[in-house]
Design a protein. Structure first.
Length: 246
């Protein structure tokens, strides 16, 4: 299971600072957690994380593997803003079912349960099967830094991007993909017979590249597909892969 790190963002400019950088509207913190991402100027994914409302601070809940690089990049953007970035020693608790007092609903999908930052016991993060069922990408697996585009990786359906908030890093490319093009590639759920390592290339029956296989559980998997070629049975190594219509 991916472990998490917490970064505290304090200072009078903290909201404006983050609002000008991330894909989602920081104002949504008034309603709970905000799932968002930091992109390159070319609109490619760098890191995804939760913003957490806290007293006199905004907390960033980010994957352990991305925490150092995210902190470094945020520090680079800070310039003269009244913002202090501080790693904290806090554990993230997860759970399913109704959201208990003091916890927050996962904003990506109701089935993903809740998250808490107050030291309570962890009831378990969402399973691979649940992620696959609801097309939820994971950093370091489906989400690849400097390669993935958020709209191709289901960020819109998972409430990870806001198209009314104004400018942020990578906003122009993201808006263009939303309004001016039809996505030809993207994250999809597939049925898989057999098994193949994450990262295995998917090919059509006549050998044309059709995508990449990623997380797998219970005969289902997530894949990044070329939609024009993802028709009928495909192969990923020794496994047979078929797209599941959503």
């Amino acid at each position: 299971m991916d472990t998490r790190k917490i970064i505290s963002v304090t200072g009078s400019d903290r909201e404006d600072f983050l609002q000008n950088l991330v894909t989602n509207d920081v104002g949504r913190l008034a309603d709970g957690l905000v799932w968002t991402a930091l992109l390159t100027p070319q609109g490619k994914y760098l890191a995804d994380f939760f913003l957490v409302p806290a007293e006199d601070a905004i907390l960033i809940d980010v994957s352990d593997g991305q925490a150092a690089s995210l902190l470094q990049r945020l520090t680079m953007y800070k310039l003269r803003a009244d913002v202090t970035l501080t790693p904290l020693d806090l554990e993230v608790a997860h759970g399913a079912g109704p959201v208990p007092d003091g916890a927050f609903a996962d904003p990506r999908h109701p089935a993903l349960g809740w998250r808490a930052y107050d030291g309570r016991a962890d009831d378990g993060a969402p399973s691979e099967a649940l992620r696959i069922e609801h097309l939820v990408p994971e950093s370091g697996i489906e989400l690849v830094a400097n390669e993935s585009y958020p709209l191709e990786m289901n960020f819109e359906a998972l409430n990870g991007v806001d198209f009314r908030k104004g400018c942020y890093v990578g906003q122009e490319v993201t808006a263009r993909m939303k309004h001016k093009t039809e996505l030809k590639k993207g994250l999809a759920r597939v049925q898989i017979e057999g098994a193949a390592p994450a990262g295995t290339e998917i090919v059509t029956e006549d050998g044309k590249p059709a995508g990449v296989l990623y997380s797998q559980a219970g005969g289902k998997a997530l894949a990044y597909l070329r939609f024009d070629r993802a028709r009928g049975p495909m192969r990923a190594g020794d496994a047979v892969v078929t797209q599941v219509e959503t």
